[in-house]
Write a protein of this length. Structure first.
Length: 202
């Protein structure tokens, strides 16, 4: 089993872009060539872009120094990715039936974990929990008032499980704050939630 005590975490930037590119696969672009743009542009825009344009769009965002997410690094190789940004960075998510924001938190300071991706060979070893914890730490250090996610209880494939599972988030101190779908709870971590300070899992 991988020794996750050797993990370190880096935010995505122009400097760390080659690590993400290697993780996603320069031609593959993670699952189905999404390049983590699914929530960042309209559905029609996403479908019209194609893999190369999505990759270029994410690369431009990385160059712009916008907060995009966290990479898990093991032996100088990226082995995992967690997309986490302020809700305002996800225009489609703001209108989502299952993940739209609640009125009690300002969208500018409420961050959202929209995607988790783990390299083949490192899956099913608890890396997702480490990524979520690092993403929360990064968001709070960047001024977030809370961090939300909308995991999937019924995921049966990586394309469905890219949002994580409710059980993993609950172990890290996230609590359900809304449920607009039988299998997709909206979950939240607050700065005042002491359980969120739990040690890394695994």
């Amino acid at each position: 089993m991988t020794d996750f005590r050797k993990l370190r975490f880096l935010p995505l930037s122009s400097a760390s872009w080659p690590l993400l590119e290697d993780l996603f696969g320069p031609e593959r672009g993670a699952d189905s060539g999404c390049w983590c743009m699914w929530w960042r542009v309209s559905r029609s825009q996403f479908n019209a872009m194609g893999k190369d344009a999505r990759k270029a769009a994410l690369h431009r965002l990385a160059d712009s120094a916008q907060p995009l997410g966290i990479l898990a690094i093991h032996d100088d190789q990226a082995v995992g990715w967690c997309a986490v940004s302020p809700r305002t960075a996800y225009p489609v998510l703001m209108r989502s039936r299952v993940a739209a924001p609640l009125p009690d938190q300002p969208a500018e300071t409420c961050w959202f974990i929209s995607c988790l991706y783990v390299r083949v060979g490192f899956r099913r070893h608890g890396l997702t929990a480490h990524l979520i914890k690092a993403a929360v730490d990064h968001a709070i250090a960047s001024g977030a008032s809370c961090v939300e996610a909308c995991p999937n209880e019924a995921a049966t494939s990586s394309s469905e499980g890219f949002v994580g599972t409710p059980a993993t988030f609950a172990k890290l101190g996230f609590v359900e704050v809304a449920r607009r779908s039988p299998t997709r709870p909206l979950m939240r971590w607050m700065k005042s939630n002491r359980r969120g300070k739990a040690k890394h899992q695994g």
